[in-house]
Design a protein around this ligand. Structure first.
Ligand SMILES: [Zn+2]
Length: 134
């Protein structure tokens, strides 16, 4: 797996923080921005998208992953998630990201300060994640 540079990680964090303003969160008012760095050095952003039918809500990490995969990404190297208080990805997102980045770096960012509060490989958040045939 390609090792992200400090410059790439800085861009990733800034993207996750900046994209938060596009979150569609009229129900929870919990605005989340995510940015994924792939092994080609490309950055893909996502926000949480809520819905009147609450169960259809999509997290920022999964919208970013969808954008990345749509653009042809094959491997996730790092993901930054920006929320108030630097919340960790939910269980569903951990599994979703695991598919293309079981050891990608997860950066938890406090959106108020813009600072990274914790960085750890995804497999620390999701030990023994599930992948078919790999
Ligand atoms: Zn989630």
């Amino acid at each position: 797996m390609a090792e992200p540079t400090p410059v790439q990680l800085d861009e990733l964090v800034k993207t996750a923080v900046a994209i938060r303003e596009r979150a569609y969160a009229p129900f929870s008012h919990f605005y989340v921005g995510a940015a994924i760095l792939d092994d080609q050095g490309r950055v893909f952003a996502g926000v949480n998208v809520e819905n009147s039918s609450y169960g259809l809500t999509i997290c920022a990490e999964r919208t970013a992953a969808g954008a990345a995969i749509t653009a042809g990404a094959k491997e996730f190297v790092a993901v930054a998630v920006a929320t108030p208080g630097a919340a960790a990805p939910c269980g569903a997102c951990r599994q979703f990201l695991y598919e293309l980045g079981p050891q990608c770096a997860v950066l938890l960012v406090d959106s108020d300060s813009g600072k990274v509060v914790r960085t750890a490989p995804l497999d620390e958040f999701l030990p023994n994640g599930f992948r078919l045939g790999r």
